[in-house]
Design a protein around this ligand. Structure first.
Ligand code: V47
Length: 374
């Protein structure tokens, strides 16, 4: 019944180039580089979306997830100089430079918990004067104050920095953080894996091998993580698909990624000479193609902060099954010109999901159901 419906829907497909890709998806076969590029190049967005939605619903039914969470960015003073980043500054005397003390961090987490948050998401600059203990104590202090809160903190880029600061291995850094109370890693810092692109947009950041190595070590230690891709700047379609294929290969090894998050490039106040926001078509296609390529990733997130709530809502029918969450205080995208609000109310997320024809589920970080809104 279901397959007849999907075949009927796909009988309207107009782009012959993607017919073989459609067949592969319906036969449950893995897509390759050529397939991914054909999907990106296709003008038949609706067919690509129907196909991605078919895969999403096979995996997650009609459920679409959100989380009550808060982002905390302890400092924006950073030793790296990524060209796309408008949030960080290398100069401590820059008027926008800031650093939080532990009391401020705890009070932000306290407010989040009072609002019903199950997760805090902590990332920030690589502060040149903070040693590893500053970051480690941040986690233990939060854990002492909030025994049940899920602490998702520190990207692979930060883990690499801590390992250099403390002169210990990635594994030792992660074990210490886990013992202090860390629950999982966020996916930031992936950008685009292509060394060509990294040389242009993030020349001093760790490369893709270290990024994936750190995530795989975390997975082996029992820490789940998410993973991301920054798109809409100088990368090609091939480089986007290559990025996804590398993530798929790592996931085959460990199975530890919960979710893939395409992050739409925000063009303001940075040193990259690309001033255009991504288009809605590109946002939807990127979500759909990632759903189709990443057959072993359980969830695809439409991050409303970067693509706006209207496209994020629409993306729930183009392969995404998650909207992230309330966020409460977003800085990274907003320093770079994001037009979305800096936070969402839970009721609005529920409404956006229901209007998309999906069933809203409040989840925890690991996608356990907290409440289903039938
Ligand atoms: O690592 C920085 C990106 C990331 C810009 O793990 C930019 O669940 C667009 O990773 N335009 C941080 N993007 C955000 C992030 C994230 C967000 C939500 C959920 C999760 C998760 C992770 O933001 C950075 C970088 O890749 N970023 N500057 C910019 N101008």
């Amino acid at each position: 019944m279901f397959s007849l419906d999907i075949e009927k829907a796909l009988s309207m497909a107009t782009d012959k180039n993607i017919f073989p890709v459609i067949d592969k998806v319906l036969e449950g076969k893995r897509l390759n580089m050529e397939d991914g590029v054909k999907l990106f190049e296709s003008s038949d967005l609706l067919t690509v979306g129907i196909l991605a939605n078919y895969v999403t619903e096979k995996k997650n039914g009609k459920y679409a997830y959100f989380v009550i969470n808060r982002q905390i960015n302890p400092t924006n003073i950073c030793a790296l100089d990524c060209k796309f980043c408008a949030f960080a500054t290398m100069d401590k005397n820059d008027p926008k430079a800031y650093e939080m003390n532990y009391d401020e961090i705890v009070s932000k987490a306290k407010y989040a918990v009072e609002q019903g948050a199950s997760e805090v998401h902590i990332v920030g600059g690589l502060h040149p004067d903070w040693n590893f203990d500053v970051y480690l104590n941040m986690i233990s202090i939060l854990r002492k104050n909030f025994s049940d809160l899920h602490i998702k903190a520190f990207t692979a880029v930060e883990i690499d920095y801590f390992s250099k600061l403390a002169n210990i291995s990635y594994e030792e850094v992660l074990i210490k953080l886990k013992e202090a109370g860390l629950n999982s890693l966020p996916g930031g810092g992936a950008e685009i894996f292509s060394p060509r692109v990294r040389r242009v947009i993030a020349p001093t950041k760790i490369g893709w091998k270290k990024y994936l190595e750190i995530h795989k070590i975390a997975h082996r230690l029992g820490l789940h993580s998410t993973t991301t891709m920054l798109y809409g700047h100088v990368e090609t379609y091939e480089e986007r698909v290559d990025h996804m294929l590398k993530i798929r290969e790592a996931q085959d090894e460990t199975g530890g990624f919960t979710c893939f998050i395409p992050l739409a490039y925000q063009p303001e106040n940075n040193d990259l000479n690309i001033t255009e926001h991504t288009s809605g078509i590109d946002d939807l296609k990127t979500i759909a193609v990632s759903r189709l390529i990443l057959d072993n990733l359980p969830h695809i997130k439409a991050y409303w902060v970067m693509i706006g709530e209207k496209i994020a809502q629409t993306a729930l029918n183009f392969g995404a099954d998650d909207m992230d969450g309330t966020v409460m205080e977003e800085k990274i995208a907003h320093f770079a010109g994001a037009k979305s609000p800096t936070q969402q109310q839970k009721e609005r997320l529920i409404r956006l999901i229901k209007e998309a024809g999906k069933i809203p589920v409040e989840r925890d970080t690991l996608y356990n159901h907290i409440k289903v809104y039938q």
